[in-house]
Design a binder for this molecule. Structure first.
Ligand SMILES: [Zn+2]
Length: 261
């Protein structure tokens, strides 16, 4: 698939796309919650959408809480744009965001956690921030459930760079709490042979349990892959972004049961 500078694009389904930035694109976390904060993330979303035949005008992002709250956005609930630049749209707290609206890019920001893109053939799509606590609390399943509630049939997921088990030593008690939910396949080993959490495996199990299926993403480790910010490995304060958008038609009633301001 194609890429723009500092980000790899994947086609998820039909006209719905996802892209994950790397550290060369810089820290993409907006400095504040206003429409004028986050210009770097807005520029990336605009470049990505133009590369794929669309035009993003709203960039939705959240204050991520490592929880399982899912937000939903529609054009009607979105703020006014700026001429020539997408409007940044802070949704408040949440760890997944879903929509069916062309022109709106959904973003999550990470430095080791899973960044999972979702799409359905009906044109619904989502972006999920899946760290170990959110995973354990069911954020992936909750996001898929939201798309299904709108009428999504097939749901595909695509995972970007995140920390891999070789670099993710994990306390036994916390590891047990994730394995209690998703089974023994989430137990990995570090390169030194210590207990580790396998975040990609846990996300794959969560998606499968929700009835979704994984498609090709970007399979690299944020800690040792050399291209990403990593909180665990380097205490990086920068964040890479997952951006999900569609250049297809409006999928319909994505305001759903949870329209947001
Ligand atoms: Zn690694």
């Amino acid at each position: 698939m194609t890429r723009v500078s500092g980000a790899s694009i994947r086609r998820l389904l039909g006209d719905t796309f996802a892209a994950w930035s790397d550290a060369s694109r810089g820290d993409l976390r907006p400095a504040g919650h206003g429409p004028d904060d986050g210009a770097a993330l807005g520029r990336l979303a605009l470049e990505l959408s133009r590369e794929t035949g669309g035009s993003v005008e709203r960039v939705a992002w959240m204050t991520q809480m490592h929880g399982s709250d899912v937000r939903a956005v529609s054009w009607e609930s979105s703020p006014d744009g700026h001429v020539g630049a997408p409007a940044m749209w802070h949704l408040g707290e949440g760890d997944a965001v879903t929509s069916g609206t062309p022109g709106v890019a959904l973003c999550v920001l990470t430095a080791d956690c899973g960044a999972l893109a979702l799409a359905s053939p009906e044109g619904f799509f989502g972006a999920v921030h899946a760290g170990w606590r959110g995973l354990r609390d069911g954020v992936v399943e909750a996001a898929v459930e939201r798309l299904r509630g709108w009428g999504a049939t097939d749901v595909v997921g695509s995972l970007g760079p995140c920390i891999h088990p070789g670099c993710y030593e994990f306390a036994e008690g916390d590891l047990d709490s994730v394995a209690d939910v998703y089974g023994g396949q989430v137990r990995g080993r570090t390169t030194e042979g210590r207990p580790a959490l396998d975040v990609p495996a846990a996300i794959a199990v969560a998606l499968a349990r929700a009835g979704g299926r994984m498609v090709t993403g970007v399979d690299s480790c944020t800690a040792c892959g050399g291209a990403s910010f990593s909180h665990r490995a380097r205490a990086d304060t920068g964040r890479q972004a997952l951006v999900v958008w569609t250049s297809g038609p409006d999928a319909g009633p994505a305001a759903g049961p949870d329209p947001v301001a």
